[in-house]
Design a protein around this ligand. Structure first.
Ligand code: NAD
Length: 436
């Protein structure tokens, strides 16, 4: 199949590369000429494990190409995926659809007869209808279909998620286009369930899914607070409830609050949709409020651990990205934590294996280092913000010798509290008493 993918970010680049891996002929398009120039030379604009090798393999095989020329890319494509960003509109909370609509306007005059425009970006209910209207207005005589095909991949494990998804959701109402989309996925995914539905339900499935997961995280985070007060252990509690298959063990890791490019913006956008239709989504509303409060509260946990005052103290932050195995810093909980500590007078040093370049754009007056041991030198407190393998594997005794004061606040429960205290640290963790 000939496929065009508009947007070469985390979703577009992974999707396009995986479609090529399945044997399709894929052209990836981006407005950002630096990204395209880099991709042509094998330099990826994002960090995603193993993606570079897959891109190189498919590029070399002639199945995957990169261009800024949207017209050339869509002219022959049977399916055109829109995978551009849909960020929150600042101060509004609803999704900014300008990139989606611009892509639709740009491609409309050049779509092949019978082409399917599949919206992979996360978009509010009704966006597919609007995209259809835009294209039909510009191109009143050609035939085309607009499908919703939301993406559920997770950064850090995106290739595995794309190639072995739990399900593929396709919102489409016309039979011919449905058959093309079914052939695209069924040929390579075998028994994976394809959920066919109407476009509006498909659009809502994506938001409902993210809101549910955000709620699950927030639930365990609140239970973690209770565990700390009553002397229970949230890790064991999560296992105890999660083994009930109705609940499931995943997304029950208590931590500093969810972040990233999806949950914060998608929960807000869902709320805005509900408000527009006069529906109250109390649980989603509370999840957003609780998560924001939690992110701020984490700085107070650090301040408490150092004895109540961080003014003039050096805090070393290990891990900056919102989760391991990605360089994505969007809405990372490390940012409000660091900003709050700085407001209270702390001097902050931080380590991340791949996120420092993106972090440098968001953080001011933070010394960014690519060596964890260098980062903790003479620190008065060490905070674990992201559970990268390189952080989990840290030699705690060596760490202890480098810091000025042995205070470890492990907001990801990355270390065995016993091991950290055996190395001489006073440890503060999430969701159980840390009186080691
Ligand atoms: P991103 O910001 O990493 O990438 C978007 C890309 O689109 C950018 O490179 C930008 O230059 C390009 N672009 C914008 N307008 C364009 C146009 N008119 N023509 C060509 N290129 C254009 O975004 P992302 O993280 O990949 O997310 C894309 C969408 O997928 C969003 O709606 C997001 O909510 C959704 N999503 C993201 C994830 C994730 O983990 N990142 C997972 C599932 C769904």
């Amino acid at each position: 199949m000939k496929i065009a993918v508009i947007g070469t970010g985390y979703v577009g680049l992974v999707s396009g590369t995986c479609f090529a891996e399945w044997g399709h002929e894929v052209v990836c398009v981006d407005k950002n000429s630096d990204k395209i120039a880099g991709l042509k030379k094998g330099r990826l604009p994002i960090y995603e494990p193993d993606l570079d090798k897959m891109v190189a393999r498919n590029h070399a095989a002639g199945r995957l190409s990169f261009t800024c020329d949207l017209v050339a890319a869509v002219t022959n494509a049977q399916v055109v995926f829109i995978a551009v960003g849909t960020p929150s509109r600042p101060g509004q909370g609803d999704a900014d659809l300008s990139f989606v609509y611009m892509a639709a306007r740009e491609m409309a005059p050049f779509l092949a007869e019978g082409a399917i425009v599949a919206v992979k970006s996360t978009v509010p209910v009704g966006t597919g209808d609007a995209v259809e209207k835009i294209i039909a207005h510009i191109r009143p005589y050609g035939s085309f279909s607009v499908a919703s095909n939301p993406e559920f991949l997770r950064e850090g494990v995106a290739i595995g998620d794309f190639l072995q998804p739990d399900r593929v959701v396709i919102g489409i109402e016309d039979g011919r286009a449905r058959a093309v989309m079914a052939a695209l996925y069924e040929g390579s995914l075998g028994a994976t369930p394809l959920v066919f539905t109407d476009r509006r339900t498909s659009e809502l499935i994506k938001y409902a899914s993210n809101a549910f997961l955000a709620t699950k995280i927030t639930f365990i985070n609140e239970l973690a607070d209770l565990c700390e007060k009553v002397g229970s252990n949230v890790g064991e509690l999560a296992l105890g409830i999660g083994l009930d298959r109705r609940i499931g063990t995943r997304f029950l890791n208590a931590g500093p609050g969810y972040g990233g490019s999806c949950f914060p913006k998608d929960t807000l956008a869902l709320l805005r949709t509900a408000q527009d239709y006069g529906v109250v989504l109390r649980i989603v509303e509370e999840t957003i409020v609780a998560n924001e409060a939690r992110k701020r509260k984490m700085a107070l946990k650090v301040i408490e651990a150092v004895g109540g005052d961080v003014d003039g103290l050096t805090v070393a932050v290990l891990g900056l990205t919102f989760k391991p195995d990605t360089d994505d810093m969007r809405e990372a909980p490390s940012v409000p934590l660091i900003e709050t500590l700085q407001r209270y007078g702390a001097v902050v040093r931080a380590y991340d294996p791949v996120g420092t370049e993106n972090a440098a754009r968001l953080l001011e007056e933070v010394t960014l280092l690519d060596d964890p041991y260098e980062c903790v030198r003479d620190a008065d407190a060490v905070v674990v913000m992201t559970e990268w393998d390189s952080i989990r594997r840290i030699d705690l005794s060596r760490l202890r010798r480098l810091v000025r004061a042995p205070v470890l606040i492990d907001l990801r429960n990355a270390f065995e509290p016993g091991a950290a205290s055996a190395a001489g640290f006073h440890v503060s963790v999430i969701g159980h008493r840390s009186d080691h």
